[in-house]
Design a binder for this molecule. Structure first.
Ligand SMILES: [Zn+2]
Length: 329
């Protein structure tokens, strides 16, 4: 793990020389929150939080360590405690422009306290509906894929089945955030002709009620991210679900095994990092003012033969990066 981190730190430093402004980069962090979910999406323009874990102050504290001071959008996929347990603390700790949820209420005190906090802080609230799109800068778009106009009812868990499902497109790199969606949700997504996804946030902590063979065939995920606690009492992730993903050739990353997981996208390729929050937060980070700055090169920055552009083919881009790295050795 250390060697991998070092490798990426070197790559980061080289990238800093090549693209000083980190223009066009996108970072997705899956926070290590034990048996719950919390994901942070950042571009140069926008910061988005999806879910806030189970423990009260945990996510707000991790966001501070990642240098977050404002959230443009907060999404609660559904009102179970392992997704909104730390949400009220997040709302109290940061300025928030917009709050989205599935529109399905819950009866718990955690949910009621959260609704009171939204009202008390005057946060703009909207129900997420299929088709709603939010631009995260010029290169990235977040699209609501679920729920539709009518909620799914009479399922094993209507709160889970109506989880807000979000697709994130960063040029050629795609992400799917599924909350605790279950089989009925997946069938709806398949009917809506969902296609290949590069990075899948595995639904419901890898439970056996989600991530069916049909859904894997439809989305052919390259990477799968699972958030769960080690030795949790639910048996997440289900071995059969992990087997289905492995058999499809998907690379699986799990917070119970890896800790904090980071996906870096340049709009062309996605790269994965894993480690403790301290290791990840301490890395060169384009969007974290608290992270160490990129090392200053001892010689003049290497000029690339041709500037990197968003439409540059992958091979050229990789060759340019390799040349930059080698020139700095
Ligand atoms: Zn959950």
């Amino acid at each position: 793990m250390h060697r991998q981190l070092l490798k990426y730190a070197v790559a980061f430093a080289a990238l800093c020389v090549a693209i000083p402004a980190w223009a066009g980069m996108l970072v997705v962090d899956m926070l290590d929150v034990g048996q719950g979910d919390s994901l942070l999406i950042r571009t140069a323009d926008k910061t988005v939080l999806i879910d806030a874990g189970i423990k009260k102050a945990q996510v707000a504290s991790q966001l501070r360590r990642l240098g977050v001071d404002h959230l443009d959008l907060v999404v609660a996929t559904h009102p179970h405690a392992d997704h909104i347990g730390g949400m009220t603390e997040v709302l109290n700790a940061f300025d928030i422009d917009l709050y989205l949820d599935s529109g399905l209420p819950h009866t718990t005190q955690t949910y009621l306290t959260l609704m009171q906090a939204i009202e008390a802080k005057g946060i703009t609230y909207r129900t997420a509906n299929v088709g709603l799109q939010l631009k995260l800068g010029d290169e990235a778009t977040l699209t609501v894929l679920h729920p539709g106009e009518n909620h799914l009812i009479g399922t094993r868990s209507d709160l889970n089945s109506n989880s807000v499902v979000l697709r994130l497109d960063h040029e050629d790199v795609s992400f799917l955030f599924t909350g605790d969606a279950e089989d009925p949700t997946e069938q709806t997504l398949i009917r809506s002709n969902i296609q290949h996804i590069d990075v899948l946030k595995v639904a419901h902590h890898g439970s056996g009620h989600s991530t069916s063979d049909a859904f894997i065939r439809a989305t052919t995920p390259t990477y799968a991210l699972v958030s769960c606690a080690a030795d949790n009492r639910y048996g997440h992730p289900a071995p059969a679900t992990m087997k289905r993903l492995r058999q499809a050739g998907t690379q699986i990353y799990r917070t119970d095994l890896s800790g904090h997981i980071r996906v870096l996208s340049d709009g062309d390729t996605a790269e994965l990092l894993e480690g403790t929050l301290g290791q990840i937060a301490g890395m060169v980070d384009p969007f974290n003012a608290l992270a160490p700055v990129a090392p200053t090169p001892t010689s003049a920055p290497v000029a690339l033969a041709e500037p990197l552009t968003k439409k540059q083919p992958r091979q050229q881009k990789n060759a340019a990066r390799k040349a930059t790295r080698e020139a700095r050795r």
